[in-house]
Write a protein that binds this ligand. Structure first.
Ligand SMILES: NC(=[NH2+])NCCC[C@H](N)C(=O)O
Length: 412
């Protein structure tokens, strides 16, 4: 008998079986008043408390029989393989940030990385490398001499916490994304490495890739099997969504992609900051955008032709219901006054993680939104997020589902 699949996701709400998280670690200790904006955090989190909050989140998932995988564990396992190690050292030291290093520092870091034990290399890649932590030494290179002692040769990756964004499963494929901001680009090098080299994922077909047009996982919603909604705004570009459509169609993992323009603002950096699914036919949505959100349905002229057809825009809920082949995609009426709605949207009230239809994890702080969810019959698992939320992300952002039960049980 074939063993059950260990990975694959075809909806937002199928029973969650396995999820990839990143427990916040030393990379968060690198945030300072000078660099937090550039590194996309709104403040300086209290790291111990952030870890406790994250552990409580993981425990809530495990209590409901969800397997929790940690990115750094998978990465460390992966780095035991020499080819994987060589690959990540190359990608880390190449590109724009690599060019800033110059030959001497690059050579020094290459040796440091290649000699490090797997656990240490994981730490170097995630927490970054400060000028005063290397022994090239002031005076030995122009690059290290002109950089402040606490300047970074390799930036830390505090946003690894938001595992949602650097990869997204679409059925049995995983799309390694291409993160739009310089501060996050390297995160996808690490997910790419894990999915290519970790034995658990051997043979998995990859989509997209970190060198493609920008797509971030927070923008991608699997509305129903074969139907993707992709936010296009501050992060994911139209070209990114178009590329993903072509790839998903060619791989036969989707038949429709709804491109959904969203305001290019920090508060709405991803589609999942304004809308997430909590049931097979229900979403929770930020009221300020609910009536104005539109979608352009992208399909193929003929299946397999590779020729795209882009429909005229329609209201998002209308286009979504059509593509999902249901009568109505319902919006849970939060009925919040505009100020409460705006405050709770900012604190990721609409950013829920469904564990199954009508069962979702949400930040406890968003009292009004959670009360509306419960009034609508959604069971809410409340978690604390005062510190982990300072990077502006909620339960959905903090998690990358790796395995969910299929929404529609295949016949036969
Ligand atoms: N899926 C999400 N909404 N992720 C939130 C990511 C937050 C992160 N600080 C960023 O600016 O990129």
């Amino acid at each position: 008998m074939a063993s059950p699949p260990s990975a694959g996701v075809d909806s937002e709400v199928g029973r969650l079986r396995s999820v990839l998280l990143h427990r916040p670690g030393p990379e968060l200790e690198r945030l300072t008043p000078h660099n937090h904006d550039r590194l996309l955090f709104d403040g300086i989190p209290w790291v111990g408390q952030a870890q406790d909050e994250h552990d409580a989140f993981a425990a809530a998932l495990r209590e409901r029989d969800v397997e929790v995988l940690y990115l750094t564990d998978l990465l460390t396992d992966t780095l035991r393989d020499d080819d994987a190690r060589a690959a990540v050292v190359d990608t880390t030291l190449a590109g724009r940030s690599g060019r800033d290093l110059g030959d001497a520092v690059r050579g020094h870091l290459r040796a440091l990385f290649l000699d490090a034990a797997p656990e240490d290399l994981t730490r170097l890649l995630t927490a970054g490398v400060r000028n005063d932590e290397v022994r090239v030494g002031t005076g030995a290179t122009l690059v290290t001499s002109l950089l402040a002692p606490d300047g970074f040769l390799v930036d830390p990756l505090p946003n690894l916490l938001f595992t949602r964004d650097s990869a997204v499963w679409v059925r049995d494929r995983v799309a390694v994304t291409s993160l739009a901001t310089e501060a996050r680009r390297r995160e996808a090098h690490l997910t790419d490495l894990v999915y290519r080299h970790h034995p658990r994922f051997a043979g998995t077909g990859l989509l997209h890739g970190h060198d493609r047009e920008p797509v971030e996982g927070g923008d991608v919603l699997l509305l129903a099997p074969g139907v993707l909604a992709v936010g296009v705004g501050e992060r994911t570009t139209a070209a990114g969504a178009e590329r993903l459509a072509r790839e998903a169609f060619a791989a036969r993992v989707a038949t429709t992609l709804l491109a959904v323009p969203i305001p290019r603002e920090r508060a709405t950096m991803h589609l999942d900051t304004v809308c997430t699914m909590v049931d097979v036919d229900r979403v929770v949505m930020y009221p300020h955008v609910a009536d104005s959100l539109t979608a352009y349905a992208v399909t193929e002229h003929e299946p397999g032709s590779g020729e795209l057809r882009v429909a005229a825009p329609e209201p998002f809920l209308v286009a979504a219901a059509k593509a999902m082949q249901i009568d109505t995609l319902h919006r849970i009426e939060t009925g919040l006054d505009p100020v409460t709605a705006e405050r709770e949207q900012w604190d990721d009230g609409n950013n829920t993680l469904a564990l199954a239809p009508r069962l979702a994890v949400a930040y406890e702080r968003n009292d009004a939104t959670n009360a509306c969810l419960e009034a609508a019959g959604i069971e809410v698992v409340r978690i604390a997020g005062s510190e982990i939320g300072s990077g502006r992300g909620g339960p959905r952002c903090l998690s990358c589902p790796v395995l969910r039960d299929p929404l529609v049980v295949p016949e036969g």
